[in-house]
Write a protein that binds this ligand. Structure first.
Ligand code: ADP
Ligand code: GN1
Ligand code: MG
Length: 373
């Protein structure tokens, strides 16, 4: 049962000493958590907040998500202050209850957390503007750079094997075999297409296992709509949606952003003829990202970035298709074929990335050298 607006208001009230002046309204288009916006106080103490319910199907230990988030935002705040950046706009500020806890549990034991809304910002589900996309690259590059001295082992793995592509394939094969909804026959071409890519699945995890790529603190969900952009200046400000921050590879953060943002269409565009991988957007993101992190990346990491783009796209392809086969139990959907539509955009992007493979690699090598010089 979904909580009522009054119930969410009562939860929100625990995060502020001020009166709630605008009750929570649904907000945001994420596929996992439920997000609401509310306001407290008036006059000088007026403040907008975001309150979110953490999805336990995805995050089995929401308290651990909050431990990570507290550690990460504290570290980011200190780093911003040291670098003379405006911490109140460039990192999320968690709200706490009167006993100092950064979350509350509702009557059914579900976890809710709350943070400050950063005013005068905008997020995009898609952009054709290379400057906007470059800014998002700077934000995620800076995110990694500000956390480069944070020991990844201090963080919980909030979703184990999150970007373990071989494991994602095992789950996908299981979904195909179970065929819980009897949908496999109608998507045979997509299933065969996905399985054709299985040989590249271990490309990054094997290098991690061999010690060729280092574990870092990574965001792991670097979609364009997880970056706040300043409405007036167009500057990329703040990485949000920190639930999946955990130990990972630099290529995951580069790759997932490319998967989502270097496309000429939305992730759920029904007309796949509109979906193309854009080298111009790819280059812009790489410029922003590498200007911030290239100096801390090894040669091997730099070379791994384009594979991140391919594997993150492949993962979403098989995750969306697998969820369609399982009966849409993980990602939120608006209509019965929504996950299939999403899977098809990813498949199209993946094939176009193959066509641009050499250029993708040359671009990061060229920009990486420039940023290093
Ligand atoms: P989800 O993706 O799970 O819906 P997000 O944390 O990404 O949740 O938030 C959803 C949307 O809400 C964002 O894309 C952004 O537009 C807006 N948003 C979230 N947090 C803030 C914030 N602190 N300040 C301003 N806008 C925010
Ligand atoms: C989910 O929650 P949201 O919408 O930011 C998913 C990501 C996928 C993404 C695809 C915890 O992200 O891994 O890449 O959808 N998050 C989780 O759009 O599974
Ligand atoms: Mg989000």
């Amino acid at each position: 049962m979904k909580p009522t607006r009054d119930e969410i208001s009562a939860l929100a009230a625990q995060f502020t000493p001020d009166e709630i002046t605008v009750a929570p309204i649904a907000f945001g288009g994420g596929h996992i958590n439920d997000t609401f916006l509310f306001e407290s106080g008036s006059g000088l103490s007026q403040q907008k907040h975001v309150i979110q319910h953490i999805n336990r199907t995805a995050f089995h230990h929401p308290e651990e998500v909050m431990e990570n988030m507290q550690l990460i935002t504290d570290h980011l705040r200190r780093q911003c202050q040291q670098r003379g950046l405006d911490a109140s706009r460039e990192t999320l500020s968690l709200d706490h209850t009167c006993d100092g806890t950064p979350y509350v549990l509702d009557s059914t034991g579900e976890l809710w957390r709350c943070y400050r809304f950063v005013d005068n910002t905008v997020t995009y589900d898609r952009t054709e503007d290379i400057d906007v996309f470059r800014e998002s690259g700077s934000v995620f590059g800076r995110f990694q750079s500000l956390l480069s001295d944070f020991d990844p082992q201090r963080l919980h793995e909030t979703i184990p094997h999150f970007h373990d592509t071989p494991k994602r394939f095992r789950d996908f094969r299981e979904a195909v075999e179970n065929d819980a909804m009897g949908r496999a026959a109608e998507v045979r071409a997509e299933i065969e297409g996905a399985l054709g890519y299985e040989p590249i699945a271990p490309a990054l995890t094997s290098k991690l296992e061999m010690g060729l790529l280092p574990l870092r603190v990574t965001h792991n969900d670097t979609k364009l709509n997880n970056v706040l952009i300043d409405k007036d200046t167009g500057k990329g400000l703040c990485a949000i949606d920190l639930d999946t921050v955990m130990p990972g590879l630099a290529a995951y953060d580069f790759g997932d952003a490319i998967r989502f943002g270097a496309s000429t269409a939305l992730e759920d565009e029904k007309d796949v003829s509109k979906v193309h991988f854009s080298m111009a957007l790819y280059r812009a993101y790489a410029e922003g990202f590498l200007a911030e992190v290239a100096q801390s990346l090894s040669d091997e990491e730099l070379r791994s970035l384009p594979m991140g783009a391919k594997l993150m796209t492949l993962e979403c392809f098989i995750r969306f298709l697998g969820d369609y086969l399982n009966g849409d139990i993980y990602f939120k959907t608006d209509y019965p074929t929504h996950n299939l539509v999403r899977a098809r955009t990813q498949w199209k992007l993946l094939r176009e990335m193959d066509e641009h493979w050499d250029e993708m690699l040359e671009t990061v090598l060229e920009l990486g050298k420039k940023a290093d010089a």
